[in-house]
Design a protein around this ligand. Structure first.
Ligand code: UTP
Length: 289
């Protein structure tokens, strides 16, 4: 079993980031100098993924343009001797084989994933949510792929969250297999306090067996009237083996304002052009200057 393909669902409406996301896809909002989705594609590529499908909608064509060549701009940069900028501009277009499919109606994450059936075919595939950006030494999706390949199972990426906030996530029933890897036997989306299985919450990364597509096709709308991926995964983990990987890395939900700002600040602190300056700026702010 080898994971070669990835799906990035990016067809959500982004209502938590309005008004900016009225015309700019939230995945295209920059984290310092690159759009959020580029970090996600770089994570997939670093984990050995070759083919990537982005699930988009009619308001997201800025994404396909971004991952394309732009000859007029490239010629201008070349004649101005702006080699670094030219390299960066071209790099985005050469990152991976990127494919697109439109989710014609915004019917939920499970529905978005089901649009990938023809692209995926009959092999396991990675899923990286378009607004969950990770910072880690080893690519987070690579950590999941390793466990999925070892156990010949689907895998969900989890981390422990506080009891007060687990109700915002999907809580997973887990039993230990090895350090940081669990068997996942059940899960519940946005649990009430009496429904919590554990404090392990699924956070934006999955490796799924193609068996999920039959399940998604038959699913009724769930929480919020949407076809929920979690409802499909709940059925999948009862039919086939699924592991939960407590991944190493920091996850940012860039689909909400605070997560977006946290990512912006952390990435800017690490960036060679902005790190020292931002540290000084924040110190001055903290001193009330
Ligand atoms: P979110 O829950 O973040 O929803 O979706 P959203 O619509 O993008 O944002 P808000 O809540 O309105 O601010 C999680 C992931 O699923 C994708 C989103 O693009 C995001 O990557 N998604 C969601 C779809 O692709 N299609 C959908 O119908 C719903």
């Amino acid at each position: 079993m080898k994971v070669r393909k990835a799906v990035i669902p990016a067809a959500g409406l982004g209502t938590r980031m309005l008004p900016a996301t009225k015309t700019v896809p939230k995945e295209m909002l920059p984290l310092v100098d690159k759009p959020a989705i580029q970090y996600i594609i770089e994570e997939a590529v670093a984990a050995g993924i070759e083919d990537i499908l982005i699930v988009t909608n009619r308001a997201k064509s800025a994404m396909d343009d971004y991952f394309d060549y732009y000859p007029e701009l490239e010629r201008r940069l070349e004649s101005a001797g702006k080699e670094k900028e030219l390299e960066e501009v071209k790099k985005a277009a050469d990152l991976a084989n990127i494919f697109y499919v439109r989710q014609k109606e915004t019917k939920g994450l499970g529905h978005a994933i089901s649009r990938a059936r023809r692209f995926v075919g009959d092999e396991p595939f990675a899923v990286l949510l378009g607004d969950d950006v990770m910072r880690s030494e080893k690519p987070v999706i690579g950590q999941l792929i390793e466990a999925a390949e070892k156990y010949e199972a689907s895998a969900v990426g989890v981390q422990e969250v506080a009891t007060e906030v687990i109700g915002k996530y999907c809580s997973v029933q887990v039993s230990p297999l090895e350090e940081r890897v669990f068997l996942a036997s059940d899960m519940v989306e946005k649990p009430r306090p009496d429904q919590i299985f554990s404090n392990y919450a699924i956070l934006g990364r999955y490796v799924l067996s193609p068996g999920v597509f039959d399940i998604l096709e038959d699913l009724e709308p769930g929480y919020g009237g949407e076809i929920q991926l979690t409802d499909g995964l709940r059925k999948l983990c009862k039919r086939e083996k699924m592991v939960a990987v407590d991944f190493q890395g920091r996850r940012y939900d860039t689909g909400n304002l605070k997560g977006f700002l946290e990512a912006t600040i952390d990435f800017a602190l690490d960036h060679p052009e902005t790190g020292d300056w931002l540290r000084g700026f924040l110190k001055d702010k903290a001193r009330g200057l």
